[in-house]
Structures are given as C-alpha cells and as structure tokens.
Design a protein around this ligand. Structure first.
Ligand SMILES: Cc1cc2nc3c(=O)[nH]c(=O)nc-3n(C[C@H](O)[C@H](O)[C@H](O)COP(=O)(O)OP(=O)(O)OC[C@H]3O[C@@H](n4cnc5c(N)ncnc54)[C@H](O)[C@@H]3O)c2cc1C
Length: 253
C-alpha cells in the first residue's frame, strides 16, 4: 500500500529465521529438544556446523536454512531424552524454552510425532537412518565419529564445547525434523526521524507513517540478538514518536 503512494524502500526483504521442528510450535518440547546443541545432520547424513550455534537462534535459523532443502535432523538417544525431561534443557530458546527447563512432555510428544510420521524412531542407528531416508552407512559413520568426540570431550571437526557433547548411544534413537521458520520481517519502508514514510527524494509523504518492523533502519540484513527486547522496544518507541508527530502536525505546530 505504501509503494502505491510513492514510498521508497530500504532493505526490503530480510526476515528473521529461527529453528523450529517442522509442523510444531516454538513451545513444543520436541522443537525445544531439537533446538538444543545436540547432534545435527543434514540430508547428506553428515554434520555441517558446531551445533553450539543453537545458542543464538537467529544464527541457527540461518545455518539450517542453508542446508539442502532447508532440512536438518536433530538426533537424540534415550539418555538425552531422559536428560532433557528430568534435568532440563542445556540452553534456552527465547522465552519459549528456558534454561534448564524440564521438557516433561518430550516423550509423549515424540511418540505422537513418530506415529504421525513427522519424527522418526529407530532401535539402531542404521534403522533410524533408513527411516529418515539417509544413506545409512554415511549416517552411521557420522554417529560413530561424533560418539568418539564425546568420549574424548573433544570435537576435532567443529570444536563444539565439551559440555554439549552428548553421545548418541542408547536406543531407542530419535530424529527431529528441524526447519527454518520465519519469526518476523525486518524493515523495508524508508522513513525519516519522525517515522514519516519518504519518497525516493527523501521527501515525506504527508499523513503516512511506518513504525515497528515495517520501518527501515532498526536492523540491517539480519536480526541480531545482542540486545534483547530491541524489536519490541522499537515497536513501542517508534509508534510513540510517530504519534507525537501526528499530534504536532494536527495542531499545526
Ligand atoms: C514468537 C515471537 C517472539 C518474539 N520475541 C521477541 C522478544 O523477545 N523481544 C523482542 O524485542 N521482540 C520479539 N519479537 C519481535 C516483536 O514481537 C516484533 O518485532 C514486534 O511485535 C513488531 O511490532 P509491530 O507493531 O511492528 O508489528 P506487529 O506486532 O506484527 O503488529 C502489526 C499489527 O498490524 C495488524 N495488521 C496487519 N495487517 C493489517 C491490516 N491490513 N489492517 C489492519 N491491521 C493489520 C496485525 O494484526 C498486528 O496487530 C518476537 C516475535 C515473535 C513472532
């Protein structure tokens, strides 16, 4: 609508991507488990990053989106299921999964997801690889190599910190289908300091304002998490600045 009345764009298009289990919500315990820095493989059956990237969900979302078909499988064993249910998560995921939150619904959700075909279970690693549709031999080699890194508390491939090296050894084994999901869009409509929308000559279009995530300027080509609350804060603050300008304009000041 803004473009139709001559608005200029700036940095149109970026979205903030976050990992989420396919077909699930961010509060799902299956999604929370898959968002932990557990073993992640892509469609080739291999690891592709230090899963510690999960600590920053924006970076993790981008990393998952770069994988073939945007598909990532979080692989956990029975010990990790028990750990997440009884001892809690190793990392947080925004407000949805708090640090050390016990993922008490995990087993029940996993059982349901396996029954519905959106997660996979195997009594052996080979069976799990087959169920997902991976090259079983490559996948088994990845798991062997990863377990070896866990035993040595040293990850020679991606240097994931030892505290996140949880072996995948005790069946049954599960694969959670992680996908890049859109959280918010970031900017796009050029504004001035009053939050007035401007045209290509930087002239304000009378009566038209853009605030919050529609306004350009808060973020660049990505959504960083360095200062929590900046997106909500900007939504409030920019709305207030715009409203004050509207009042001044209506009063003819
Ligand atoms: C799951 C989630 C978690 C988040 N967590 C955080 C956080 O922890 N910290 C943080 O800072 N930010 C967070 N954000 C981002 C933050 O919520 C957004 O940046 C903020 O809400 C943007 O505010 P807004 O007013 O620009 O847009 P919105 O809040 O999306 O408001 C836009 C409004 O416009 C309405 N609308 C759309 N089209 C029309 C139409 N044609 N006519 C009339 N009304 C219309 C919509 O219904 C909506 O009410 C989170 C976002 C999500 C989705």
């Amino acid at each position: 609508m803004a473009l139709e009345v001559g608005a200029d764009t700036e940095n149109l298009g970026p979205v903030m991507i976050i990992p989420c289990a396919r077909t699930k919500t961010l509060t799902s315990h299956v999604s929370g488990a898959g968002s932990q820095p557990v073993l992640w493989v892509n469609k080739t059956g291999r690891r592709f990053a230090s899963e510690e990237v999960a600590m920053s969900f924006a970076d993790a979302g981008n990393t998952i989106a770069k994988q073939p078909e945007g598909a990532v499988y979080a692989i956990i064993d029975a010990d990790t299921v028990r750990h997440l249910m009884e001892e809690g998560s190793d990392i947080g995921l925004g407000d949805f999964i708090e640090y050390h939150m016990k993922l008490t619904r995990l087993q029940a959700e996993l059982d349901q997801d396996v029954a519905e075909g959106v997660a996979w279970k195997g009594d052996t690693i080979e069976a799990l690889g087959k169920a997902i549709g991976l090259d079983s031999a490559v996948f088994a080699a990845t798991v062997d190599e990863y377990n070896d890194a866990c035993d040595k508390s040293y990850d020679p491939m991606f240097f994931k910190p030892a505290k996140f090296l949880r072996p995948v050894r005790k069946g049954p084994f599960y694969a959670i289908n992680m996908a890049p999901s859109v959280l918010v869009s970031d900017g796009g409509i050029r504004v001035n300091g009053n939050l007035q929308v401007t045209d290509k000559d930087y002239q304000p279009i009378p009566g038209l304002y853009a605030v919050g995530n529609e306004a350009s300027g808060l973020y660049g080509d990505t959504y960083n998490l360095d200062v929590p609350g900046t997106a909500n804060g900007f939504a409030h603050a920019s709305g207030r600045v715009a409203a004050r300008h509207v009042i001044k304009t209506l009063k003819g000041e």
